[in-house]
Design a protein around this ligand. Sequence first.
Ligand code: F0G
Length: 495
Amino acid sequence: MDFSGVLDALPAQDELQTQARPYFNHSVELKKVCTARERAEVLEKAGLNVFFFPSEMVTGCDLLSDSGVTTMTAQQWAALHLGDEAYGSNRGYFTLMENIQKTFGEEFFSEPGTSGPNAFIFHQGRACEDALFSLLSGVGTDLIIPSNGHFDTTQANIELNHIRALNLFSPELKDPASRSHFKGNMDVSRLEELCSEKGSRIPVVYLTVTNNTGGGQPVSMDNIKGVAAVCERYGIPLFFDACRFAENAWFIKRYEGSYENKSIPTIIREMFSYVDGFTISFKKDGLVNMGGGLFLKQGGRFLKRHAALADALLDYQIVKEGHPTYGGMSGRDIMALAVGLQLVTRQEYLSYRIRQVQKFGRSLHDMGIPVLLPIGGHAVYLDVNAFFEGTAMKPDDFGGIALTAVLLAAYGHRACELGYFAFGSYNSERGTHIFPEVNFVRFAVPRLRYEDRDLQNTAEAVKMLYDHRERIPGVEVIYGRELPLRHFKARFAFK
Ligand code: F0G
């Protein structure tokens, strides 16, 4: 008998209960040892704001964000050494151009001198956002930028530039009974209505893939096409906020029937064929610690409708960031990014990455913890209202803030409140709180950083708190209640 006979007689590798990671540890760092009481003392001094807690004392998983916290591969570390820190036209610029063209399409990064500028490198996503929205604010009055869900800094950058940021969440997102795989979609009929009434006031429509504010849920190709068709009808440019473009493509392949046999790179090219430009923070699916970009499609509606903006963007970049051939990035980061873009579209990487997040979410769900289902691509979202249901926790006790503080002090895991406090506001004149529709605590999973057992420990810790949830006290805001972007700055104390 040869091997094929043996292999045919055995269950296949993917039928095993567990799957080995498609990578191994290249180097590791031992964590500091500290006790719950030590963490509590430090967190109390930080006014219970987990952003101000020293990361070295996070003895569990640091799930505050998946941004800029990727563990880089050996190839990326090697690429750092090839970084060329020349002031003009460093080596990495050309490598990056090639990789952007390959990944998203040639028309998003023109060779310098062949046409007007259309590719702008920035130090991170929000810098691209300010460049775009500050220039767009000059193209009209009473402008509106609709989205399937603006991220918090995106919304802030739009509003600081006196434009209205509008979220057209899909109805499924608000329906706990819905098991749609694409709850990140935009509500196309509301977009159609908005465009027919106020189209001339919309300089661009945004689709965030995946939808971070909308529970980290993906957007289907069908929805992308539907939104693009409305935009085309009204002559409005369409943009992606493309931070998690590869993870979104994985969901399309996995759950949108006709894409099952298409490769991830092919799906990505199709997604980007429908948009006229995109902003991106490379700190997510670029697999790097720093970097961002703004890319305008040559021949696309944006460059046609706002032709003067390309040169204005170039001037903005030179004044605020750096020469267009490095923008806001160092040569070494550009090299690591070029390699990161090649890895992030690989099927085995994405499957492991997303399945790890899903497995973590399912463990929480199986333990009875209320989490948003289905589980999204980069994070698990805990429903704070359902978590505290039946306890004395009131909306202005900010249970999500209390939960993240106690989880960090007691068990050493750091998560982020994205709910009544982060997205809410306070009306000082009336003395009333304004609460948003959603109230989540987000557990964002960094890429290539933790093993399943680490996340299992987070799940167990959350379950422990759930079993004792009536012992978690509410918090009062002792500083920053009325400030914009208040979750980054506020201080709290237990009531
Ligand atoms: N857009 C989305 C969808 C994001 O998730 C982020 C950042 C940005 C834009 C801004 O990019 O940080 O490079 O300036 N999200 C991180 C998070 C911070 O934790 O979700 P940036």
